[in-house]
Structures are given as structure tokens and as C-alpha cells.
Design a binder for this molecule. Structure first.
Ligand code: CMC
Length: 434
């Protein structure tokens, strides 16, 4: 029996059950309701998992009330300032920061896996010209299982390890190739002497006909974006990966399910909505106050995109970091870049909203999507690629959670119950009598 329990009493029958309270390292404790059905004959009901923990995890901790995010215990601020995305990948996957030797070995192993099977090229060529890049990502990541079917034994730790490395290493190549396909440019192969982010930018923006050298400011900005999006505990897409993987589906199929979940505008698509809104404001002769007033008017049905957050009721810690990067990047780009009016509007909106009582009282700060959309636009990345970049960053989070689930001896297939509200039993009626 746990030290602390909660007693649930059925007021109809008088039956009682003591449910153990489990404490984590940080965050609210949980009530273990596992024996509720057996003892009292009830399921619990919590659509949207508002009060329900779906697993225990050692990977990421969020405290939305104070605006805190930690990967494996390390504050996101320290990682964004001092680490690199690839080092964060190691941390999320293995739980500890690597020594120099461990990192070098990890990095060189990653570099060995950047190429796609050459037959994958034909797979891309089958897509319609104007296919959405996320549609291609769902399909091509799922297709990897057809190329590695001899190494997808999910109960073999070595097979899980190789799948993790392959996915992290190949994701930049796959993301860049869907972009190249949509713009009708030749696929650019990875160059393994480049670091992870430079290699990605090289495959995105390089051409066989001319040299491409990514600007160090872009490389740093992209590295920070990837770090900030690498994990966010049991969000919709990560929970999807865990649930898909819980049936022992192979990791490529489970990640493809996660990418599908991320695609939805309520999850990965918000930074695209920010740019659409900013473009509307610019086209309206830059009437920022009109949009702020509309957002404050409950009858308008309009909200400022990129403001507010379901979990963070304080400044989103990722937004604080990315705001700095965004300001540095815009300063570096200077006045003669074509997106200047859009950026000016964004900065004006940020200034007004941060000082307006409506937003201050409701703790509606700009969120990570407000700035990531602007940064990606500044780098010349088209809007339909924004969620692909998110998927690239989140791959390590998904695969770390999948590995955690698969290596837990107590893990079970995920199988929620329901409150059935359909028809009671009724008899079949012949078609001519209905
Ligand atoms: N603009 C204007 N008013 C807002 C906004 C906004 N963006 N967001 C919330 N409010 C108001 C809302 O009307 C309500 O006012 P009142 O208390 O007077 O009724 C109050 O603030 C609380 O709103 P809520 O809907 O209860 O807040 P929520 O936590 O359920 O919603 C949200 C969070 C992100 C859905 C919402 O803030 C929103 O729609 N934001 C705009 C879309 C956006 O930027 N989404 C990206 C979120 S980050 C994604 C990620 O981390 O992956």
C-alpha cells in the first residue's frame, strides 16, 4: 500500500476503494486508478486527457504556471545558449549529456546514415507536383519501413537503436527533398563533412549549378529552433507515436502517425497562421490597432495568432529565447530585405500587445510560434515547409518516447475505454420494411 491514498466511495452502493497516490520528481502527483474498474465497476471519463497522465516518463518536464521547460532536468535556456541540436538529441535519447568522446562517436555515426536508399528517389517522383510537403513526409517516413524491414524487430534493443539513428540522420535529407520536389529543383545529396544544421540548409538551398554557404546567423537560428522544438512531453503527436508504437508497430510507421498528428493546425500549424495574419495586416495598410481591437472583441471570433498558450500561463520559456534570436536575425538582415514590412508589423504587434491591459491581464504573451514563423520566413523557407521543420526537430522527441515505451517491461498496448451513448440493442429490419 502506498503511503498516501485517495478513497473513492460509491454513494449508491457504499463500496469504497483506496487508490494509491504516486509522486514524481516534479509536478503534480497522480492517483493510480488501475484497480477502479475491478473494485467499483467504473471507468474514468476525461476527454482530451485534461487530468490524465498516460504514462510515466523521465524525458521532459514542463511547469506551465511558472513557464518552465527542462529536457532530462536541464533548463531549456541553458541548452539553447550552450548546447547544439545534435548534443540535445544525445541527451534526450540517452538521458545524459555526452562526454567529448561520446559525442564524437555519436556524431560520426549520425553522419553515416544521412543518405536515403537510391530507390527512394523514385518514390518522391510519384507525387503530384503540388503535393503538400507534409503529405510527402507522412508517406516517405512510413515507406522507410519497407527499406529496413529486416531491422525492425521492436523487441531487439539494437534494432531500436539503429532505427533511432536512421530517423534522426535521414530526416533533414527527407525534409529537404520534399522541398526540392515542390519547387522543381534537383535533389541535393548530403555532405557529411558539414554539421547537422549546415547539411540541412545545404540540401535545402544548395544547387548543382552554384556553391551555397549558409550564413552562420541562419545556422545558429535554425539550431535554436530545432532545440526548442525537440520535445514537449506528452503532446498530441508524441502521444500518437507512443500509442501507435504500443501495438508493436515498427518505428517508421509509428513516426509517420506522429507526423500526421503534428500536421493539424491545432498542433504544428500555428506558425503558418501567424504569417497569414501578418500578411493580412500589411495588406490592410498596416492597421495593427484594428487587429488588436478585433482580438479583444469577443464577438469578432478573431484571435491574435501566436499569442497565448494552453499550458503556459506565463511567458512560454521557448518564446523568450526565440524572441532574442528573431530580433538578432532581423537586425542582421537589415532594411533592404523584401520581408521588411512584415517584420516591422510583427514587431509593432508585439510591442502593442505586450503593453495592452487585455493581453497583460490574461497573461497572453507571444508564443514560440509567433517568432518561429518570422524566423523561418526570414530564412526564405516557404510556409508549407514550416510544419516539416517542426517534424524534423520533434523526431528525436518522438523516437526517445517510443524507445522509453518499448524498453519498459511493464508497457502495455494503449487501449482507452469509452462511455457508450449510442443505440441500445435493436433488431435487424429487412430493407423493404424500413
Ligand atoms: N487573442 C485574443 N484573446 C485571446 C487569445 C488570443 N490569441 N488567446 C486567448 N485569448 C483570451 C480568450 O478570449 C479568453 O478571454 P476571456 O477570459 O475574457 O474569456 C482568455 O484569453 C483565455 O483564453 P482560453 O481560450 O481559455 O485560453 P486557452 O489556454 O484555452 O487557449 C490557445 C490557448 C493557444 C488555444 C489560445 O491562446 C489561442 O487560440 N491562441 C492563438 C493561436 C496560437 O497562437 N496557437 C499556438 C499555441 S502554441 C502551440 C504549441 O506549443 O505547440
Amino acid at each position: 500500500m502506498a503511503d498516501r491514498t485517495v478513497t473513492v466511495t460509491d454513494n449508491t452502493t457504499g463500496k469504497k476503494v483506496d487508490l494509491p497516490i504516486l509522486d514524481g520528481t516534479n509536478g503534480p502527483s497522480v492517483i493510480d486508478i488501475g484497480k477502479l474498474y475491478k473494485e467499483l465497476g467504473y471507468f474514468t471519463f476525461d476527454p482530451g486527457f485534461v487530468s490524465t497522465g498516460s504514462c510515466n516518463s523521465k524525458i521532459t518536464f514542463i511547469d506551465g504556471d511558472i513557464g518552465l521547460l527542462r529536457y532530462r532536468g536541464y533548463p531549456i535556456e541553458q541548452l539553447a545558449e550552450k548546447s547544439t541540436y545534435l548534443e540535445v538529441c544525445y541527451l534526450l535519447l540517452y538521458g545524459e549529456l555526452p562526454t567529448k568522446q561520446e559525442f564524437d562517436a555519436f556524431e560520426s555515426r549520425q553522419r553515416m546514415h544521412t543518405l536515403l536508399d537510391e530507390k527512394m528517389r523514385r518514390f518522391y517522383l510519384g507525387f503530384h507536383n503540388n503535393s503538400h510537403p507534409m503529405a510527402m513526409m507522412v508517406a516517405t517516413v512510413g515507406a522507410l519501413s519497407a527499406f529496413y524491414h529486416d531491422q525492425i524487430d521492436v523487441h531487439d534493443a539494437e534494432n531500436r537503436e539503429i532505427a533511432a539513428k536512421r530517423l534522426i540522420a535521414k530526416m533533414p535529407t527527407m525534409a529537404a527533398w520534399v522541398y526540392k520536389y515542390t519547387v522543381g529543383q534537383p535533389f541535393i545529396y548530403p555532405q557529411n563533412n558539414l554539421d547537422y544544421v549546415s547539411n540541412f540548409l545545404h540540401m535545402m538551398f544548395g544547387l548543382p549549378s552554384m556553391d551555397y554557404k549558409p550564413s552562420p546567423v541562419f545556422v545558429k537560428a535554425m539550431d535554436v529552433i530545432l532545440i526548442l522544438h525537440a520535445d514537449h512531453e506528452q503532446n498530441a503527436s508524441t502521444s500518437t507515436v507512443r500509442l501507435a508504437g504500443s501495438s508493436d508497430a515498427n518505428p517508421y510507421a509509428a513516426l509517420s502517425a506522429g507526423i500526421s498528428s503534428l500536421w493539424g493546425p491545432a498542433h504544428g500549424g500555428a506558425n503558418e497562421a501567424v504569417i497569414n495574419m501578418l500578411e493580412d495586416i500589411v495588406q490592410s495598410d498596416n492597421d495593427v490597432n484594428y487587429y488588436v481591437d478585433r482580438a479583444k472583441d469577443k464577438n469578432s471570433g478573431f484571435r491574435l495568432m501566436g499569442f497565448g498558450h494552453r499550458v503556459y500561463k506565463n511567458y512560454d520559456p521557448r518564446a523568450k529565447i526565440i524572441r532574442e534570436v528573431c530580433h538578432e536575425l532581423l537586425a542582421e538582415l537589415g532594411d533592404d530585405n523584401p520581408n521588411k514590412p512584415l517584420f516591422d508589423t510583427a514587431m509593432e504587434l508585439e510591442r502593442i500587445a505586450l503593453s495592452d491591459d487585455y493581453f497583460v491581464e490574461r497573461k497572453l504573451y507571444p508564443n514560440v510560434d509567433f517568432y518561429s514563423g518570422i524566423i523561418l520566413r526570414a530564412m526564405g523557407i516557404p510556409m508549407n515547409m514550416f510544419t516539416v521543420i517542426f517534424a524534423l526537430a520533434r523526431t528525436v522527441g518522438w523516437i526517445s518516447h517510443w524507445k522509453e515505451h518499448m524498453s519498459d517491461p511493464a508497457a502495455k498496448i494503449g487501449r482507452p475505454r469509452q462511455l457508450y451513448t449510442g443505440s441500445d440493442e435493436r433488431n435487424y429490419v429487412e430493407i423493404n420494411k424500413r
